[in-house]
Design a protein around this ligand. Sequence first.
Ligand SMILES: [Zn+2]
Length: 505
Amino acid sequence: MRAAVYCRVSTSGQAENGTSLESQRDACVSLAIRGGYTVQEEDVFIEDWSGADLERPKLERARERIRTSAVQALVCFAVDRLARDPIHVGIVAEECAKRGAELIFVVEPLDNSPEGGLIRYVKGYAAQIERERIKERTLRGKRSRARMGYMVQATGKGIYGFRYVPEAKKRVIYDPEAQVVQRIFQSFADGDSCYAIAVRLNEESIPAFSGGLWHPLTIKRMLQNSSYKGSTIFGKTKRVALSGKRYRLEARSQDEWIEIPGATPAIVSEEVFDRAQRRFAEPRRATTNASRTYLLTGFVRCSCGAPIVGTCLNRRYRYYRCRLTWPTSTRPKSCDQPYLPADNLESNVWKAVREILETPDIILAEIERQQGESGYFDDERARLRAAIRRLKEQERRLIRLFSLGDVTEEYLTQEIRQVKQAREGFETELTVLDAEQGRLEDLQGLGQRVRAYCDQVAGRLDEFDHDDKKLAFQALQVEVVVDRDGAVLKGSVPYDLATTERTSA
Ligand SMILES: [Zn+2]
C-alpha cells in the first residue's frame, strides 16, 4: 500500500499558516507510515503555489497517482494546504473516493468546520461507492450465471403463474395460476380494460399473487411481462440507492438485458402476447377498442338511465351490461339489469336498422306524418297561451275587487288558488308542446339526412362492416333502451319505428 504526500507553501502569501515545507513533509510521511503505508521519494510532491488554484503542476501529478491507482492514499498536512477553495477540496476528495484511495490530513479539520463537514460527506460518499462496487461484483456473478442458462434465484417474490425450482434452476408452470394468466391475456385481447379484468377477478374471489386483491396496474404489468410468452430476461432493472436502506429500481437499456434460453415455459402464445402489446400501442386504447369490439356502444341505454357498455365474460362471451351494475371506488352497484348477450342484441338491432335502410319510405312517411301534426300542435299551443292569458287576467281582477272592498279576503284566497292551479296546469302542457315542436323542427333535417344516407347505401347493406353499421346508427339516431327484465328491447329509430324487438333471452 503506497501513499502520496502533498505539501504546499505560498511565498506570495507568507502569513499562510507558517508551517515549513520540511515539517509538513515529515509529519505527513510519519502519519502515512503509522497508517500502514509506504512512502516512496517519487510519491512526495512539494510546491510553492497559491492555494487558490486547483491547477498546480505538483498537485496535478499527485492526483495523477491517485487516478492511475499507483497509490492508495493521499496525505496532506491540513485541508488549506490541499486547497483554499472547499469545492477544490471536494474535487480531489471525490477523485480519491472514486479510486478507493484514502484522503488523510495530519491536522484533521474540526468536525463542525465547513471543511470537516465536507470531508465527512466525501468519506460517506466513498463508503457508498464501495457498497455499490460490492453490489456490482455480486451482480456480475449473477449475470455470468444467467449467461450460462440458469435462472438466477430472484430476490423478489417470483412471477405469478410460475414456481421456481431451485434444483433445476428453472421456472415451471403452476397450473391454477397459469389459467388465470391465460384468462387475463384473452380478456384483454377481447377488448376488456385492465380495470375490468381486475374487478372481475376480485368479484370471483380469485386471489392475486400475494393473496390480496387484483389491481389494474398489476394486470397491466403482467400483460407486459414477456416471461408469459416463454422468454426469460435478466437484468432489466438495477437498484439505485437512496438515503438509508431505501432504493429505487431503474431500467437498464435493452442492450444490457440478458435472455436466458429455455428457462421459462410459455403460458400464452407469442401471438396472444403480441396482440396484447398491440393494444397497449393503440392510441386512446380503452375507448377505441371497446367501441370497435362492441357495435352498440354509445347507442344503448339502460332503463335506469345509465349507459350500457360492452363486457366480456370467461374470455369469449361478449355481453352488454348497465354501467351501474358494477361498483367503482366512488359509488356502489346500483342497478340489477341482467347482462345481455352481445351477439343477440347486436343482430336484433341491426336487423331493425337494416329494415329501415332498405325501406326508408316507412321512416320518411312517419317523419312526414309527424311533421303534419305540427299544424295541430300550433293550434293547441295558441289555445293554451290564450287560456293562460285569461287566467292571469282573472287573478288581477280578483285582487282589484278585494282592494275595492267588494270581496272578503277568504273569498279572494280561495278563488286565487283555483285560478293559479288551472294556470299552472296549462303552463306545464305548453312546455311539453313547445318541446314537441322543437323535435318536429329537428325532424325536417333528419328526414333529409335519412333519405340521402339510404340512397347512398342502397344495395350495399350485405357488405356492411362494423364501422358502416355504426355510421348507419348515427345517421338514423339509433337509440336502444333496455328494459329492466332484459327481455324487451325498446328501440327508437327515431320515434318508436323499430320498437320492440323481442329477444328470446
Ligand atoms: Zn341500469
